[in-house]
Design a binder for this molecule. Sequence first.
Ligand code: GTP
Length: 597
Amino acid sequence: TDLSHIRNFSIVAHIDHGKSTLADRLIQLTGTVAERDMKEQLLDAMDIERERGITIKANSVRIEYPAKDGRTYTLNLIDTPGHVDFAYEVSRSMRAVEGSLLVVDATQGVEAQTLANVYTAIDADHEIVPVLNKIDLPAAEPERIAEQIEDVIGIDASDACLISAKTGIGIPDVLEAIVKRLPAPTGDRDAPLKAMLVDSWYDAYLGVVVMIRVMDGVIRKGDNILMMQTGARYGVDKLAVLRPKMTDIAELGPGEIGVLTASIKQVRDTRVGDTITHQKKPCDKPLPGFKPSQPVVFCGLFPVDNAEFEDLRTAIEKLALNDASFTYEMETSAALGFGFRCGFLGLLHLEVIRDRIEREYDIELITTAPSVVYKVHMRDGTEIELHNPADMPDPATVDHIDEPRIKATIMVPDEYLGDVLKLCQDRRGIQLDLTYAGARAMAVYDLPLNEVVFDFYDRLKSVTKGYASFDYQLYGYRTDNLVKMSVLVNEEPVDALSMMVHRDRAEMRGRAMCEKLKELIPRHMFKIPIQAAIGGRVIARETLSAMRKDVTAKCYGGDATRKKKLLEKQKAGKKKMRQFGKVDIPQEAFINALKMD
Ligand code: GTP
């Protein structure tokens, strides 16, 4: 293909602003999928989505578009994950294309996620075409939103496309804008092969499928390739493009995007951002900016029912097959038995995996306090990466501890700004920037990640009635006064509840934790002290008083069936409890005890 006939692009949008609907329209209008196949195709795509979980690229597609200038263009749309935890993957897929459509809901305006992704696109030197969607709605205010785009993002929105992805208004203009306003890719066909690994996923029939963007050179079926960052060598079994169904193709040249298979066993063997070249005639250096994805949030996952440990192992192995950014290793806890210590790219990633294990594999889980990765500097000069508060060394041997910080961008209507600023302040945030655009404010904060991992999203949502949007990126490490807080129930330490906290906030957190646990742990036949401690020193304490009567005592002597029912209920409830010494703790307690109000 002649390079001047290729346009590669991605769509940047906040969730629900209409990215998928627009992609479907573009596919439909160019006849990539016949009308009668549309429904079937989309259903196929949904199956893939379900299988692939969160690294969905089901909307990546190659389109042939006959433009008004009489020439037919090949348009490649790459779908980017719309998930704050996948910032690195987004930045890589943006490097694989030359332009972006910036889709903004004309009734809503710019949101935090739009902003983060559009800046990633600008960093990747993209040409950006603003697209105002949902103009069919009476509440649409395209002029105001165009102004907002100029004010907040600083790009020209005077010739934005006004569309309704739902009704189809304006879609032909979008296709013309892609051809006219986005640049064609460049590349040297005669140079050694240099291709970027953009994404990969596990397909039940084909094994690992790798999406690539060719920069220079040509790749063909049967070629022997080298992944430059991992050093792995493979033979290309299959080369194809997505229309959106996989369609075999003889070769891919510069500027082209497609997929290959090469008998790769696990998604883990492929790294987003890696450079693919030929074994015989490699390119001289890999593409810049590669970084292996590192989990930043860790927590323990334990089966509520110990007998389900092997099922949990199977579930975790299966999920990891398709998600290279999720790590796990076996963990044993005195209180919880056998489980796994798992690493995630962020809190949403954690929630998605946890939900999938519970829903798709039907395993009830106890999730321990999420912890970030601390850098513990020892007095003897060594450094430890702490993934689990339970592994915290004796404080007397520790010199100082560094914690990860994030740069958070929050967009919120004015009337809720005060509450948002207070929330950030309460979480040890440092304000970096505060600007206004119309009736919305944008606050940028430097926040400790450990203050965000518990319930920051929930709190933000509740203080702003759902009107705030949030995005973050990692911002580096900083030394702070951090200590390990242990929790003791009936004098027994519950390792799953121990956590790292800032010294100044330890007492408050300890008190809140004890009060919460007092509500969450059912009464027993005896009195139960609940304590929070730093080292050997108790900093907070509550006492759960003893139960007076057992449940069945409420029944009149004769009602045997009711008595039996209650006992069955008790038994079912028991299964969801974990015994700590003599005390049963319900599983909700582990999650809820960590939430702060
Ligand atoms: P995620 O897939 O959740 O990231 O959202 P998205 O950005 O892909 O948005 P999606 O295309 O799923 O659209 C979100 C909702 O807006 C859906 O209910 C669409 O039917 C609706 N929608 C999309 N475009 C339009 C439009 O032009 N007009 C109207 N009225 N509704 C639209």
